[in-house]
Design a protein around this ligand. Structure first.
Ligand SMILES: Nc1nc2c(ncn2[C@@H]2O[C@H](COP(=O)(O)OP(=O)(O)OP(=O)(O)O)[C@@H](O)[C@H]2O)c(=O)[nH]1
Ligand SMILES: [Zn+2]
Length: 332
């Protein structure tokens, strides 16, 4: 028989959450994790029990909270009501489609982010960098998973391009349809660990989830021939359990996350540029035609590349525009 604590650990419970409980809550409440978000209700699982509850958690003195998949919440044992959502280790969110001032939570408490890309004409270093910025910003460890290695003879070149983005970046190559080929990915999804998948449509996220689970419960669609774009096939936000204990999270909302408030993530992924820029003569150097620009000097010397410089400037410019827009829109 598993103890209550072991059952919670299987669901991803960590000391980070126990530390948030008051003595009264320990006596009075049970922790539950949000397993799926449906329209109008959420599925939650705790030690040895599962149920559906209303999506809104209201506590006196606090604004209403809508927990997302992966969140932990507390249920009062006597009233059977959710009392509060625990502070997440990390949280993926986006601007709500209808009202860009509002934030919509996408997924919480993720241990590892699989940034999925395919070894074909869809592959883009700029897009990978964008996803990595997001991972750094949210504070989740990224692993790049390159799919469709069975359809190319140059998979190593794709992997090399990905590895060049950040020193030490983990890059894994798989044929997402072959269980033996994806088996090594299980090392990131041990007991109680949560892995989220991020990547554009058609790169093979659902296929990975299905192969890793040994089932084809998630519908995947044949890619349209001619171009490399696929179609959206996943419609619910849900954690999928793996046999050996981990959790996979593949949500439609994760797929096209836009960057916002991403300055520190950009600085991390492009720390080679940030470091060199510290030697520019002017602290506000735009690395254009200023005298004493260390960045342009490094590009001339061949230690930094123009391509990566352009991508860095583009992300930086986008971030400045977003930040300015947000500052204007934020209610005072
Ligand atoms: N040959 C090959 N085909 C793959 C591989 N991975 C995925 N596919 C195929 O690519 C197509 C798209 O895969 P999906 O898993 O639906 O892609 P997705 O990323 O979930 O796409 P969306 O749901 O649109 O976001 C399907 O026809 C898969 O069978 C792979 O590693 N090798
Ligand atoms: Zn400069």
């Amino acid at each position: 028989m598993q103890s209550t604590f072991e059952m919670l650990e299987d669901l991803g419970w960590k000391p980070y959450f126990s530390d948030q409980l008051t003595g009264e809550e320990v006596q009075q409440c049970d922790p539950f994790r949000v397993m799926a978000v449906h329209r109008g209700k959420i599925a939650i699982a705790g030690a040895g029990s599962q149920r559906f509850i209303a999506p809104k958690v209201s506590a006196p003195g606090f604004p209403d909270d809508y927990p997302t998949v992966g969140d932990w919440l507390l249920m009062d044992r006597s009233t059977q009501q959710a009392t509060r959502v625990l502070h997440p280790m990390n949280l993926f969110k986006r601007r709500a489609p209808g009202d860009r001032r509002k934030e919509q939570k996408i997924a919480a408490n993720v241990d590892t982010l699989f940034v999925v890309a395919s070894c074909n004409q869809d592959f883009s270093v700029a897009r990978l960098e964008r996803y990595l910025v997001l991972a750094r910003e949210v504070g989740v460890n990224p692993v790049v998973v390159l799919t469709k290695t069975d359809l190319t003879t140059t998979a190593e070149d794709f992997a090399a391009a990905a590895r060049a983005i950040e020193p030490g970046l983990r890059v894994e190559m798989v044929n997402g349809r072959d269980p033996a080929s994806v088996a090594h990915l299980a090392s990131w999804c041990g007991k109680g660990e949560t892995v989220a998948l991020l990547g554009s449509s058609g790169v093979g996220k659902s296929t990975l989830v299905n192969t890793m689970r040994g089932s084809d419960s998630i519908a995947t669609q044949a890619i349209r021939s001619g171009d490399a774009t696929g179609r959206h096939t996943t419609t619910v936000r849900e954690m999928h359990r793996l046999d050996h204990g981990g959790w996979l999270l593949d949500t439609p909302g994760m797929r096209e996350l836009q960057l916002h408030d991403a300055a520190s993530g950009i600085a991390e992924v492009f720390d080679d540029f940030v470091l060199v820029a510290q030697d520019c003569r002017f602290s506000n150097c735009a690395h254009a035609s200023e005298p004493g620009c260390a960045v342009r000097a490094a590009i001339s010397a061949g230690t930094l590349t123009t391509e990566r410089f352009e991508r860095w400037r583009k992300l930086d410019a986008e971030e400045s525009i977003n930040a300015a827009q947000l500052a204007r829109r934020r209610p005072r």
